[in-house]
Structures are given as C-alpha cells and as structure tokens.
Design a protein around this ligand. Structure first.
Ligand SMILES: NC(=O)c1ccc[n+]([C@@H]2O[C@H](COP(=O)([O-])OP(=O)(O)OC[C@H]3O[C@@H](n4cnc5c(N)ncnc54)[C@H](OP(=O)(O)O)[C@@H]3O)[C@@H](O)[C@H]2O)c1
Length: 289
C-alpha cells in the first residue's frame, strides 16, 4: 500500500522511511539500501552526520529503481562542514550522485542556537529550496521554542520536523506534535520502536500485545507489537522512519499501513500507559530532559 502524507508545500512524502543512521551509522549502507528498495521501500533517510551518503547513493543506483520513483532525505550536520549550507548540500549531492534531494533538514538546532544563527540558517534553507536543490525543506529535533524563532521571519514554513516519537515520550512529544499540527508541519518520527527495542518489559508491553492480537484476528495475518507502535503513529499522521537489517522486518513494516485501524480505546490505552514514564533515547543534549 503506497500511503503518502501531504506536505505544506504541495509535495507528498511516503509514510515509511528507511534510515541509514543508528544501526548503519558510519557503515557502508549499499547492500541494506539496495535490499530495502527492492523490498518496496521508496523513502530513504540519510544525513551528513551518518558518514555514509556515498553508499546510500550507491544503494539507490544498484537497486535499479529510477530516481524519480524514490524519495531521498539528507540532513545538515550539527556543525556545517562548509562555509555555507548550500555548499554542504552540494557536497552531499555529489556523494549521493543526485541532482536534488526531496527533503533537506537541519539535523539539530543545538549549534545554530548557541551561535545565534537559527534564523539565518533557515534563510539559507529557503534559498536552497528556491534553487531546487531540495524540493522540500524542514527541521529535526526542534522544540516549540526553536520553531517559534524561525517562524518569526520565515517565508517558507518547515515542511517537517523529524523527532524521536513513541508513547514513552508522548508527555513532551505531544506538545511539539500539537504545535506542528497547528502550523501545518508534518512530524516524522524516529526511534518509534523504542518501547519494545530499547525499553522492553514496560507496562506498555501488554497493551501493545492485546492490540496486536485483536488486529491479527481481524486481519487474518500475524501482527507484531512493533506494527501496533507504527500504526499508532500512522493514525496520527506521523511519518515513520525506521531501519532493519532483515528483509522480513522491512516487509512487516511495509504491510502495517494496510492493517485495520486501532480503535479509539486502544489508542487511549497506549497513550495512558506511555504517559506514565518519560524515556528519551536520542539527542538528550538538545532537549535537556
Ligand atoms: N534526526 C535524528 O536525530 C535521528 C536520530 C535517530 C534516528 N534517526 C533516523 O531514524 C532511523 C531509524 O532509527 P531507529 O533505529 O531508532 O528506529 P527504530 O524503528 O526505533 O528501531 C529500529 C531498530 O530496531 C530493531 N528492531 C526492530 N524490530 C525489533 C524487534 N521486534 N526486536 C528487536 N529489535 C528490533 C532493528 O534491528 P533489526 O536489524 O534486527 O531489525 C533496528 O536496528 C535512523 O536510521 C535514522 O535514519 C534520526
């Protein structure tokens, strides 16, 4: 099922992105990217920080799928590696072997905020979009306060904000989610499987298992707790960025969009359990939590 979400600039983003950070950080991602695309992934999430843009580009090439059918993201490093943001993107494009990216994100507001450059960085991002080097521009790991600063002068509202999002971070995450929704900014989630991968054994586990069992009965297929977590995000209109070394898990992830919906009671139970704890696994230096 090729579900997409509409961005505020008129483009569409595939709901599921395959990430080349975390497990593939600083590693050759060629084979993983090729396998993901050949399994049906169309959205690839890269970054300058991941130190593997060449292999992301190679995986795209080796997949045999035309570039126009794919959605490619890269992100500006926390400390830019060239004098201008455009110059850093040009280096990325060369590494990726592409003429443009579909989405270019400011990876983190940390250094820009410290140096008082948040607004000027966003102006440079707007120029990049104007020149067509990135079809869409957005941010990552921005709090409401960071967004408010750039929105004061922005002529282009960020298309997305990519943040860690799962039920165990819903207490603070929901505030960013609500603000972005009001401003027409789509949330992309990463670390969405954290409750089962990084914090198993929590009180959310039985809630996810119950929902998975109900969905399995209704759909007549096996359903995992990970799919319930992704389904929760999809029903909120949130893009899911995940990764896996296993083709079986990529297939499972892709099939999530066509599962029956979670009920309002199931969603409420997930959020109630999630709100009982606060667990952040990434970017702690930005969020101070
Ligand atoms: N913007 C940012 O600051 C930022 C930060 C972090 C990540 N990201 C992006 O998001 C992508 C995904 O991040 P993530 O790795 O945190 O995603 P995730 O969806 O939370 O976790 C994916 C990882 O969980 C493992 N996994 C999946 N199902 C599992 C299960 N049932 N039991 C045990 N392990 C399981 C996978 O390993 P297997 O290989 O075994 O399937 C994979 O390594 C990154 O690659 C990157 O592109 C962005």
């Amino acid at each position: 099922m090729s579900l997409t979400f509409s961005l505020n600039d008129g483009t569409e983003i595939p709901w599921l992105g395959f990430g080349t950070g975390t497990a593939l950080y600083n590693k050759d991602s060629t084979e993983a990217v090729k396998a993901a695309i050949q399994t049906g992934i169309t959205h690839l999430d890269g970054a300058q920080l991941y130190r593997n843009e060449e292999s992301l580009g190679q995986g795209i090439k080796d997949s045999g799928v035309p570039r126009g059918k794919l959605y490619v993201t890269t992100k500006l490093e926390e400390t830019p590696s060239a004098p201008t943001i455009k110059a850093t993107l040009e280096i990325s494009l060369k590494k990726l072997g592409l003429d443009y990216v579909d989405l270019f994100l400011i990876h983190s507001p940390f250094v820009a905020t410290k140096e008082g450059k948040l607004k000027s960085w966003w102006k440079e991002m707007e120029e990049i979009k104007k020149e067509g080097l990135a079809k869409s521009i957005g941010v990552s790991n921005f709090t409401v306060e960071h967004l408010q600063i750039i929105l004061e002068d922005a002529t282009v509202v960020p298309a997305v904000n990519q943040i860690e999002l799962h039920p165990y971070i819903w207490d603070t995450g929901s505030k960013i989610y609500d603000f972005c929704k009001e401003k027409g900014i789509v949330i992309e989630s990463y670390g969405g499987l954290s409750p089962i991968v990084r914090a198993p054994g929590g009180t959310l586990d039985p809630v996810l298992a119950n929902a998975a069992e109900r969905l399995a009965k209704e759909s007549g297929t096996a359903v995992s707790s990970g799919q319930v977590l992704s389904k929760w995000l999809i029903q909120k209109g949130v893009v899911v960025v995940t990764t896996s070394s296993k083709v079986s898990r990529i297939k499972e992830a892709l099939s999530t969009a066509s599962l029956p919906d979670l009920s309002a009671d199931e969603i409420s139970a997930i959020e109630t359990e999630g709100l009982k704890v606060h667990k952040r696994f990434f970017m702690k230096h930005v969020f101070n939590e």
